[in-house]
Design a binder for this molecule. Structure first.
Ligand SMILES: Cc1cc2nc3c(=O)[nH]c(=O)nc-3n(C[C@H](O)[C@H](O)[C@H](O)COP(=O)(O)OP(=O)(O)OC[C@H]3O[C@@H](n4cnc5c(N)ncnc54)[C@H](O)[C@@H]3O)c2cc1C
Length: 127
């Protein structure tokens, strides 16, 4: 069970687990939706790669989208843990910091965007 899900079931506020409040369920629902979408993007890319048809622009799009999604979810997950989210007891801050480096290496977030822009327009905006 992921840390925010586990915490939402364990943490009691106003006599019930916070996971029973609508806002917590909205966050968890949106997280699983975005993760599923990112997995589909990766799956499609994998199929294209196996067929030797994946382009560098498609790889850029997938890397940029999925790291961005992961950082946003990690940030939301940290908030769901309240004050515990910044303690070492849960790994979410370490995970967030790891993602802050992933958004820069293997092509920065901005440069991948420009690669997608180039792919669409044929016009080079990065030099
Ligand atoms: C944890 C970590 C591990 C790494 N591991 C490796 C590794 O194993 N091998 C390796 O070779 N490198 C590695 N790097 C380096 C990484 O690839 C570079 O940091 C990254 O490519 C950005 O280059 P830079 O740091 O020189 O940023 P800069 O080029 O100084 O860019 C700074 C900012 O400006 C933006 N920018 C730059 N040029 C343009 C432009 N033309 N148009 C618009 N925006 C622009 C960038 O997107 C970025 O946001 C790693 C970096 C990190 C953080």
């Amino acid at each position: 069970m992921t840390p925010p899900l586990r915490y939402s079931k364990e943490r009691i506020q106003f006599g019930k687990p916070i996971g029973q409040f609508q806002l917590q369920q909205k966050k968890l629902s949106e997280m699983i939706t975005e993760i599923t979408k990112a997995q589909l993007l990766t799956w499609r890319l994998g199929v294209l790669r196996n067929e030797d048809r994946a382009t560098t622009a498609q790889i850029s799009m997938a890397k940029r989208n999925n790291v961005d999604m992961a950082i946003k979810i990690a940030r939301e997950a940290r908030q769901m843990l309240g004050g515990m989210g910044i303690s070492g007891e849960y790994s979410i801050m370490r995970h967030s910091m790891n993602l802050e480096s992933v958004i820069t290496y293997e092509g920065t977030h901005d440069i991948h965007l420009l690669i997608t822009g180039f792919d669409i327009t044929g016009l080079n905006a990065f030099k």
